[in-house]
Design a protein around this ligand. Structure first.
Ligand code: ADP
Ligand code: MG
Length: 242
């Protein structure tokens, strides 16, 4: 316990919530598929960054979470690795057959960011049976395990998606989505809230967990998460600058 405290202190990992799991201090762990660990290493990533240590541990335990860490601190891999590990695990289950079961959705504020995240998924899932699509490739959606796209596009396509198998809804850059940057009259902000409301209601399967990632600690996001999620875990790196 003292050692864990020290790891958190050294890495400026702050946490709130019930029974927060110990940080994962090494990618080379049996909880991740070997091929995933190999891919991570091949891309020159040696050890988990602070946000990865704690957010990956929470996601591997299927906890709803709100995670904040500065830009460039490796948030993408913090959710990509657990999602890939979960897809690999689910696909080995007897009751999983065939494919064409949507297991994860990642939301990004723009299509450009969605494509970047999509590429990270491709990179880290090389050699694994994981199918990724962006919401813009409609033909690919039917067989995708993970889809990445904007909230607007997802709301449009919701009627055509089956979310029964969904394990993860990740809202990346959630601070940007809530306190919308590109709006003058707060209109986009309102739009995003109503989109998120619609999406959230649709992702109501018994296994569907939610993870919000952001670069800054946003009280808007925290408020929304606390109102909508029962057992929320929060992790911030550095200080919770509010
Ligand atoms: P964020 O989403 O937090 O802004 P990214 O996920 O885009 O950050 O990561 C920023 C860069 O850091 C990327 O080039 C990524 O490959 C690299 N990176 C991610 N994790 C690590 C790590 N554990 N060690 C070294 N570099 C990493
Ligand atoms: Mg990012």
């Amino acid at each position: 316990a003292e050692m864990i405290k020290e790891v958190r202190r050294m890495n400026a990992i702050l946490t709130w919530g019930d029974t927060i799991p110990d940080p994962i201090i090494d990618f080379d762990s049996p909880i991740f598929p070997d091929q995933l660990v190999q891919n991570i290493k091949e891309f020159g990533i040696k050890e988990p960054s602070p946000i990865q240590m704690q957010a990956m541990a929470l996601m591997m335990e299927k906890r709803d979470l709100l995670a904040c860490a500065p830009t460039g601190s490796g948030k993408t891999l913090a959710f990509t690795a657990p999602i890939i590990a979960e897809i690999v695990r689910i696909k080995k289950l007897d009751k999983y057959s065939g494919g064409g079961k949507l297991l994860s959705i990642v939301l990004e504020p723009t299509r450009e960011l969605a494509v970047q995240t999509y590429r990270q998924f491709l990179k880290f899932s090389q050699g694994l049976e994981v199918t990724v699509a962006t919401l813009d490739e409609q033909e690919e959606l039917a067989k995708a395990d993970v889809i990445v796209g904007t909230p607007k596009k997802l709301v449009e396509l919701l009627p055509s998606l089956s979310l029964k198998w969904l394990r993860w809804l990740v809202v990346d850059e959630s601070d940007r989505l809530f306190d919308n940057i590109s709006n003058k009259k707060g209109k986009n902000n309102e739009t995003f809230r109503s989109q998120l409301g619609t999406i959230y209601k649709a992702c109501n399967g018994k296994w569907a967990k939610k993870a919000f990632f952001s670069a800054t600690f946003s009280q808007e996001v925290e408020k929304w998460c606390k109102e909508s999620i029962v057992s929320l875990a929060i992790v911030c790196i550095g200080e919770r600058n509010v």
